[in-house]
Design a protein around this ligand. Sequence first.
Ligand SMILES: NC(=O)c1ccc[n+]([C@@H]2O[C@H](COP(=O)([O-])OP(=O)(O)OC[C@H]3O[C@@H](n4cnc5c(N)ncnc54)[C@H](OP(=O)(O)O)[C@@H]3O)[C@@H](O)[C@H]2O)c1
Length: 356
Amino acid sequence: MDQRHKGTKSVARLVSQSARPTRSTHPRSLSGGDSGVIFGRLKPGALTILRSLWLQVGCLFVPFSVLIGKVLTAAEKHKRNRQINRFMMGAVPDSGILMSKPRALITGASAGLGREFARQLAADGKDLVLVARRVEPMEALAEELKNAYGTDVDVIQADLSDRETPVALFDEVQQRGLVVDCLINNAGAAGIDLLRTEDWSTAHDYLELMTSSVVAMCYFFIPPMQQRGYGRVLNVASVAGYVTTPSDYSYGPTKSYLIAFSRGLSGALRKDGIQVTALCPGFTHTDFHASDKLTRMKRSSPKFIWYDADVVVREGLKALEKGRDTYLSGRLYRYIIPLMRLPLSQRLIAALGIKV
Ligand SMILES: NC(=O)c1ccc[n+]([C@@H]2O[C@H](COP(=O)([O-])OP(=O)(O)OC[C@H]3O[C@@H](n4cnc5c(N)ncnc54)[C@H](OP(=O)(O)O)[C@@H]3O)[C@@H](O)[C@H]2O)c1
């Protein structure tokens, strides 16, 4: 066969191919076969609608299947967490995930919210490490919890305004052979004016207690939790960290830092099975307002803005188990704090000189 002939044949084949009705021009082209009979009876407009519907369903299918995947993964995680939580509550004898009895370390456990955390966690079946400067109230609490729930309680005296304390605490806990699964950074104090303290070391100690010690406690106690794949960290902040009033450059900003710090940690550690929450209480009945100035403020304020420590702690522990990164305690504060954060409200607060 000569070259010319070959060329003619291939042209002929091309012509015959192009003469065949293509899928897009054939009236039954949408699906072909028997179903083509059905589609063939449809008007062209209906076919266009069907095609665009199919395209939309197809487009939806990808995100939908991704969503289904995410829901299934979340359900799996939730199931695993529930199993761990049930073990933490003492309901599951040994899930194989945690080999030792759950134990919580609570700073500022000699009074107020810290004492209440100890009571509620002990009632949940956890052993405890209590930390504060005053030993006697902690020993009395340890005795109470041993008698009530058979709780194993370690008491450690420590001043968290000293920068060496967190590492010393960690070493002490290791030496005693204690495993800490739950860290409650609660110690704190009110009533300092950072720019009017007599010497800088007082201001520095305050910042150490309110912020640096919390970071250091996380620095030392979180890595072993990561290794075990389970951990709970609750940092006690305040509504004052949400709404820093213009004249408060001392207490409120330290709590704002704890809120931001906890949010970041929560996002970073979730994948390791560690939940972090910043608990933000409003005015709570504790020894916190024991100074003359704060006692006067307490007496002159309406009763409905005050909450009991047991309510604040119960809500905080629930928020921690639910994996909330921040939690405003008290219904009143959950309503008013978002309103107070509006720019107009901020101006009003400044004008009236309100302190949170
Ligand atoms: N009560 C409220 O209205 C309120 C509102 C929002 C947020 N908060 C926060 O809640 C947390 C607990 O306060 P609270 O109301 O329970 O007050 P609290 O009754 O005065 O208790 C404070 C606890 O912190 C401990 N503490 C203070 N300085 C310490 C230090 N240098 N080293 C170690 N421990 C120290 C105290 O123990 P020692 O004196 O024995 O050391 C005490 O156990 C604080 O972080 C506070 O900022 C309280």
